[in-house]
Design a protein. Structure first.
Length: 134
């Protein structure tokens, strides 16, 4: 579940917005990216609420980046649109929150939690600028 459609669309939107000279509205972005306008509007609002985007109202309104691409990390993007940190596994870092209530006897739990930590670190270090370079 690491990269859902919401996360993918958020990243694609940020790429387009980083190259735009003027604010872009959700309708323009949805047409350019072939994404449902209503779904994209929710994603853009989540990014604005997280201060990743700034929104402007009115005829010439729309969305612009609120931070430099170097200051936008993928962990914050994904967390803002998903409503929680992205998880590769259902396992929780807390033994008490294990969905199967078996974390204390699960031999793979420590490995999965360590792997999740490395993925979280990678995403926190990966900026929009890094993606734009590729």
């Amino acid at each position: 579940m690491l990269i859902t459609r919401a996360s993918e669309y958020a990243i694609l939107s940020l790429i387009v917005l980083s190259k735009a000279k003027d604010p872009l509205d959700s309708e323009t972005l949805s047409r350019e990216l072939f994404i449902s306008k209503s779904f994209l509007a929710k994603i853009l609002q989540s990014l604005a609420k997280a201060d990743i985007l700034k929104s402007y109202k009115g005829v010439n309104g729309g969305f612009v980046l609120n931070k430099k691409p170097t200051d936008i990390n993928m962990l914050s993007v994904m967390t803002s649109v998903e409503g929680k940190a992205p998880a590769v596994f259902e396992c929780s870092p807390s033994v008490h929150d294990c969905p199967s209530n078996r974390a204390e006897i699960c031999s793979i739990c420590p490995f999965l939690n360590k792997l999740q930590g490395k993925i979280d670190f990678f995403l926190s270090e990966l900026s929009l600028a890094d993606i734009l370079e590729d």
